[in-house]
Ligand binder design. Structure first.
Ligand code: MTE
Length: 315
């Protein structure tokens, strides 16, 4: 029996986009002036109810001002193979995901390892709203108003050692509730990884909400990664383990089909997938197709990470 079902908001409850953005701008200005608005990261402590305060998180300068994908599309067109391979499976089945209590284990090459309750992690973090483009390797994209904090904030707190060159992340393994894990779609649990400098980049986010609310189960509750310049499959959902290590981790899709899914998985219109072109994409909710941008439009921010690397070889 499911104990927790994420309530799907009705269309009527959705704030029109213009109102939503004006409120955010006000909160951002208040934050810059140091006045007024409740800034979640400032008051860590047992009484701070971060889930209720998500709407107060100030807007980030890293946000795109492109039109947002609707909440309905964001929560009903998903890839979350733990619930099946069809786009509707996550919204149909993710109410089985048990997200409370939740903790994240941080281990390997760190000075402060351990298992930490999610509430403790989030209460100590600086939450922001980050509107990012998400480009899926399958050729579609969305614009999503995430709420989260920088992965580097968490990693720095846990003190990576000199041997921490990579970060390996893992999703919950719970086949009783995650029905897709009863089938050998991939070698469970879902695994992803980043080079340490990619993980420490300020664009790399641990998201705990979207559209002002806690993360919907189908989008990777209660905490997921978002790496906006990489194909969506790098953005691992429902994270329970973060391991710092010397060796490069092998991601689930890379293990499954190394000729199709590389470790880097940077969005690149010039390097095709072996079975289809990556030059164009379909923005969910729009008609037609648009050009895909190198590094998903975040070239200025991240190109330096790959200087001197052959991006066709390291795809
Ligand atoms: N994380 C886990 N654990 N399992 C998955 O199947 N799918 C990935 C990524 N993270 C996936 C995952 C893929 S392919 C994409 S495109 C994004 O999640 C989709 O995120 P969204 O459904 O929230 O848009």
């Amino acid at each position: 029996m499911p104990r927790y079902a994420y309530p799907r908001p009705s269309r009527r409850e959705i704030t029109p986009e213009s109102l939503y953005r004006n409120r955010r701008r006000f909160l951002q200005q208040s934050a810059l002036l140091g006045c007024g608005a409740a800034l979640p990261g400032l008051w860590p402590g047992a009484a701070y109810a971060w889930k209720e305060a998500l709407a107060e998180a100030p807007a980030s300068a890293f946000s795109t001002d492109e039109s947002l994908t609707s909440l309905d599309d964001i929560t009903s067109y998903n890839n979350f193979y733990e619930f099946g391979t069809r786009k509707r499976d996550p919204s149909d089945w993710a109410h089985y995901l048990q997200t409370d209590p939740w903790s994240v284990r941080i281990e390997g090459e760190v000075g402060k390892p351990g298992e930490f309750p999610l509430d403790e992690i989030v209460r100590a973090a600086w939450l922001e709203e980050r509107i990012y483009r998400l480009r899926c390797v399958e050729g579609w994209s969305m614009v999503i108003p995430w709420i989260g904090f920088e992965l580097r904030e968490l990693l720095e707190y846990h003190q990576p050692t000199a041997d921490a060159d990579y970060v390996a992340l893992e999703t919950l393994y719970d086949p009783d509730n995650l029905r897709g894990q009863r089938r050998g779609i991939i070698d469970w649990p879902y695994r992803e990884g980043l080079r340490l400098d990619e993980a420490m980049h300020p664009l790399t986010l641990l998201a705990v909400g979207l559209y002002d609310k806690p993360m919907p189960n189908q989008n990777g509750a209660p905490i997921r990664l978002v790496v906006p310049w990489k194909y969506g499959f790098k953005s691992i959902k429902s994270i329970v383990k973060i391991r710092l290590q010397k060796e490069r981790p092998v991601s689930s899709w890379e293990a499954d089909a190394p000729e199709e899914y590389g470790f880097y998985a940077n969005v690149n219109p010039n390097v095709d997938h072996p079975r289809w072109s990556q030059a164009r994409e379909r923005r969910i909710g729009e008609s037609g197709r648009r050009e895909t941008l190198l590094f998903n439009g975040y070239e200025e921010e991240v190109a330096h990470l790959y200087e001197g690397m052959d991006l066709e070889e390291h795809f």
